[in-house]
Design a protein around this ligand. Structure first.
Ligand code: GLC
Length: 730
């Protein structure tokens, strides 16, 4: 009896306490009512406080109400080492070594949406373990020029490929209660003068090329935050731009998340208030190294903003909208009780990194099938090149990482031929930190070259590991490349070695295409991007044939710089005149330019060889005429006629034969990556719908199609077209 009374007493006492649980803390209530409840309890000062940084990488919650702060971290390829509370230095923690996943250009090269999801899942687990609520990525700016210092952080030159691969990454991260912050919105397509350069371009280029991946990230990926870019767009800073934020992002796309500045991207209180900026970070710094005397209370969206609210210059509805979005972001992340605890630098994550790095590698050339290498046949292997030993997960700017594990190319290769691998540095890049590079003397270059050539004479196989290396102006934030060719006297080194040893395989580690004057003399090349922690293992996997390469180029490799659209209209088109840059190539970016202007690329977009051979059969089509709202089903059999298992990415391009506006010859509108055992055949089918036929009309300010003749191209690359199917849109 006593027990029953006791239980009743507890229930009676507990109930009122439970009943007093405020709505915003009640997990059973819908988020929107929790947001409104929290908002109704906050003061104006507390709302304003949430709209700007309180430290380098955190923004406040509402301490009085027990609403937690937001912890943000770079970057797209892994969780960056802890940075000091109030300066750009590293905190020197010993518990923040991570898994370095391959660069996003590598992920794009896999053309594998399942891997993109696995990548996002593993990254989210590391964010959870490190208590990070917002991961500052993915980056989906477009590679319009191969000189852009940050192309390695982005997903290539084609908006459809970037859109298709960023969505699963975003969905996987956010399903774990971690927010992505898709960046840099929008038109941050060069690093030179990034903080202020004003981009001028047509509405068609803006919508068909540059906004396209962001639209997918928001509408399909449901990204919870987005990072405003440093540059200006049509005269107004991207972080508080009426057209791209108010009208397009929050208007047309109905974005319900937070616009966060790039660090130092906010420049005006009233514009930031009225043009949709929600959280101001890193003001008065250069986003990488410089500090400022301004305190967080001096931020544009701090005291000056509060003053405008109090004076009625900015309506309270503006502040309430910002605060609501920030609260929603906090409820989705820091206050999301369903979040797991994550994990860090595990074998599972290393294996995800390795799988992505494996499938990212593009086999560019394989004369006489020198690859895959039978390592047991070689007694004296020489690995040449600084990239053979260099860690390529450090440097590059804010995306740099401190990996727990890392396998260099030399280590990966040495595991395949213990005791039979020698190393020669060959070239040296010198130390480099955001803007300052150690100069290497010609004498040093000469001695390194001579030493490598001598060693090559004595080897029965040379594996050259070179490329770029995320030094300043060599694939690094805050600077663009100044030449299209390889740096550090590599061309001369390569040619010198080839003169003494033709048994030569090149491993190209870079985030961008490079000029290849030695191409005809190099028997085999693999493009490996920046492969992260498992880079060396992945290179060994492919060189040895353990993995059959299946990467496809996400960007065109031109013979020379002038072959690119962005480099065909003088300096105003790239890099601009330091005030403005005009995208005169318009919608003809990347292969869209090479195809339409009939320029032969060195290696085309979508290109990648295999150790096996795929045969495409005759396509079948459901119909040759299509009406609006209808569709055409195209089926094409693909057979592996070689002797090893392989993966092939079948690509669908669509071309509008005749149109009232200039359109690219063809554009990627679909792809499917299939795995085939030797002798196996699969039928790949594509459904062509009318939205694949549309272009953005700058008269109607909307996507439209025009009836008439179209062509569907099915290819193994943008230039290796296996079949062309003409059809008509009624
Ligand atoms: C940097 C970069 C951005 C990064 C941010 C925080 O300047 O532009 O990508 O996420 O600032 O490091």
């Amino acid at each position: 009896m006593k027990k029953i009374i006791a239980v009743l007493m507890v229930a009676l006492i507990a109930k009122p306490v439970l009943a007093q649980l405020p709505v915003y803390l009640d997990e059973t209530k819908p988020i929107e009512s929790r947001v409104q409840d929290a908002l109704s309890r906050m003061t104006t000062e507390e709302k304003v406080a949430m709209c700007h940084a309180q430290s380098k990488f955190t923004s406040p919650g509402c301490p009085r109400l027990g609403i937690p702060e937001l912890h943000m971290s770079d970057g797209p390829h892994g969780v960056r080492a802890e940075i000091n509370w109030d300066n750009w230095g590293y905190a020197g923690w010993t518990n923040d070594s991570c898994t370095a996943f391959p660069s996003l250009t590598a992920l794009a090269s896999t053309w594998n949406t399942d891997l993109a999801a696995q990548y996002g899942q593993a990254l989210a687990e590391e964010c959870l373990y490190r208590n990070k609520n917002v991961i500052l990525g993915p980056g989906v700016n477009i590679a319009r020029t191969p000189l852009n210092g940050r192309n390695f952080e982005y997903m290539g030159e084609d908006p459809f490929l970037a859109a298709t691969l960023c969505v699963p990454y975003i969905q996987a991260v956010q399903k774990n209660g971690v927010a992505t912050c898709v960046k840099h919105y929008v038109l941050n397509d060069q690093e030179l003068w990034r903080g202020h350069i004003n981009v001028e371009l047509s509405d068609r280029a803006l919508h068909e090329i540059y906004l396209y991946p962001f639209k997918a990230a928001i509408e399909k990926g449901k990204a919870w935050s987005i990072m405003g870019a440093y540059n200006k767009i049509r005269g107004q800073h991207a972080c508080h731009n009426d057209l791209t934020i108010n009208k397009i992002l929050k208007g047309d796309w109905k974005f319900d998340g937070c616009v966060i500045t790039d660090w130092g991207g906010c420049h005006d209180t009233y514009e930031a208030a009225m043009n949709g900026l929600d959280i101001e970070m890193g003001s008065y710094t250069n986003g990488l190294t410089s500090e400022s005397k301004f305190t967080y209370d001096d931020y544009y969206l701090a005291k000056p903003f509060l003053k405008m609210i109090k004076e009625g210059k900015v309506p309270m509805t503006v502040l309430n909208d910002k605060a609501s979005r920030i609260l929603r972001l906090i409820f989705r992340t820091a206050m999301n009780k369903n979040r797991g605890f994550g994990s860090m630098a595990s074998a599972e994550h290393y294996n995800v990194a390795r799988k992505v790095a494996d499938e990212a590698i593009v086999l560019l050339k394989n004369e006489n099938n020198i690859l895959p290498l039978k390592f047991d046949d070689y007694k004296k292997i020489l690995v040449v090149g600084e990239n053979g030993r260099r860690t390529l997960v450090q440097a590059g700017g804010s995306s740099e990482l401190k990996p727990k594990h890392e396998t260099s190319p030399l280590e990966g290769i040495s595991k395949l031929a213990p005791g039979r691998v020698k190393y020669a540095e060959g070239y040296r890049s010198g130390a480099s930190m955001f803007g300052r590079v150690e100069v290497i003397s010609d004498a040093v270059y000469e001695s390194l070259r001579a030493e490598a050539v001598e060693a090559a004479k004595d080897a029965d196989l040379v594996i050259y590991v070179g490329g770029l290396n995320k030094n300043h102006e060599q694939d690094c934030e805050a600077g663009d490349r100044t030449t299209f060719g390889l740096p550090f006297c590599q061309d001369k080194l390569i040619e010198s070695i080839l003169q003494v040893n033709k048994n030569f395989v090149m491993v190209l580690c870079s985030g961008n295409p490079v000029m290849m004057p030695w191409l005809k003399d190099v028997p085999a090349i693999i493009q490996t991007w920046y492969g992260g922690s498992a880079a060396g293992d992945a290179i060994a996997d492919v060189l040895s044939g353990k993995v059959n390469p299946s990467g496809k180029l996400p960007m065109t490799y031109g013979v020379k710089l002038e072959d690119y659209g962005a480099h065909s209209f003088g300096s105003i088109c790239y890099p601009g005149d330091s005030i403005n840059v005009e995208y005169k190539e318009d919608v003809l970016v990347g292969y869209r330019w090479f195809d339409t202007k009939k320029i032969k690329p060195q290696f085309p977009f979508g290109f990648g060889l295999s150790y096996t051979t795929f045969e495409y059969g005759k396509p079948t089509v459901s119909t040759k005429t299509m009406s609006a709202g209808g569709n055409i089903i195209v089926r094409v059999p693909v057979k592996n006629v070689g002797s090893v298992e392989g993966k092939e990415t079948v690509q669908l391009y669509i071309g509008d034969v005749k149109c009232s506006v200039t359109r690219p010859l063809k554009e990627l509108k679909g792809f499917e990556k299939i795995s085939l055992a030797p002798g196996e055949e699969k039928v790949v089918s594509f459904t062509i719908t009318d939205d694949m036929l549309k272009f953005y009309s700058d008269r109607k300010h909307d996507w439209v199609f025009e009836s008439g003749a179209f062509k569907a191209y099915i290819g193994s690359s943008s230039r290796d077209i296996k079949c062309t199917i003409p059809f008509t849109l009624k």
